[in-house]
Design a protein. Structure first.
Length: 259
């Protein structure tokens, strides 16, 4: 049984002190039930880089893991504006989002660069969260699977089977991100099922069955239960609704089927 993963992507929001306050509030919601929740779910927050040190302090002693929103694939050097694996690991970062659609579409990250980032995250013994997802135009033209599966192949191209078990995929249709227009559970499940079968072809069954596939795109406390009821939806990557402690805590407390 895969434990669900609920991951908060704060994007370019929250200063270190705002992040600290949000995490104190989130802990007040979740810490009392941490042991029960941990049986079938994990929680992760990915602050902006500069808020990571404050978040690491605010999360000390909690079950909530610390993530980052991106990472460069080189270990060090002349890469202005980038951060390395060692810099993130220094603060206890355990998961790194790579290939978010905002990185791809606003900052020109290529499929190939996403694959190199994912491999560097895994090589540094952190968990890559590899994001894939089609734009509205690609969706409307019926190209969803072609786009998503191409991004998936490139994103995992340099990941070895022994590293893949802990890798996480996030299916985030671009038309659903920040728009309030969520994919239906059926739409999401059909893409997640296709992703799972590609993972199966590439890594074989025990590995493919262990990989978590998150859904992201306007997840809220209202729609999370029905999404989580689908067999291949293993958690959520949450943007807007993760910026309020009570909303995110309610998402984390989604009703899960007994598995
Ligand atoms: C995201 O950007 O990863 C995301 C899912 O955002 P939102 O929840 O706001 O749609």
């Amino acid at each position: 049984m895969r434990r669900k993963l609920f991951a908060a992507n704060w994007k370019m929001n929250l200063t270190p002190s705002e992040g600290r306050s949000l995490l104190a509030a989130l802990r007040a919601h979740l810490d009392p039930d941490a042991a029960t929740l941990a049986r079938d779910r994990e929680v992760l927050v990915a602050p902006a880089f500069l808020a990571i040190p404050a978040a690491a302090q605010a999360l000390a002693g909690s079950a909530i893991a610390l993530g980052a929103q991106n990472m460069h694939f080189e270990a060090k050097g002349a890469f202005t504006g980038e951060v390395s694996a060692a810099m993130l690991r220094y603060f206890g970062v355990s998961h790194v989002i790579v290939g978010h659609s905002e990185r791809r579409h606003l900052f020109g990250e290529s499929d190939e660069s996403v694959g190199r980032r994912a491999a560097a995250v895994a090589a540094a013994r952190m968990t890559p969260i590899v994001c894939v997802g089609e734009t509205a135009a690609q969706h409307d033209a019926g190209h969803t699977l072609e786009v998503v599966l191409r991004q998936l192949q490139h994103g995992l191209a340099l990941i070895a089977p022994e590293q893949a078990t802990t890798a996480v995929i996030a299916y985030e249709p671009v038309w659903a991100i920040g728009t309030g227009r969520t994919a239906t559970p059926e739409q999401a499940q059909s893409v997640h099922g296709a992703i799972r079968s590609v993972l199966d072809d590439r890594f074989g069954n025990p590995v493919a069955a262990a990989i978590r596939i998150l859904y992201g795109g306007s997840v809220t406390e209202e729609n999370v239960d029905s999404l989580m009821a689908k067999p291949d939806i293993d958690g959520a990557l949450v943007g807007g609704a993760s910026l309020k402690a009570d909303s995110f805590a309610r998402i984390v407390r989604a009703k899960l089927q007994q598995g």
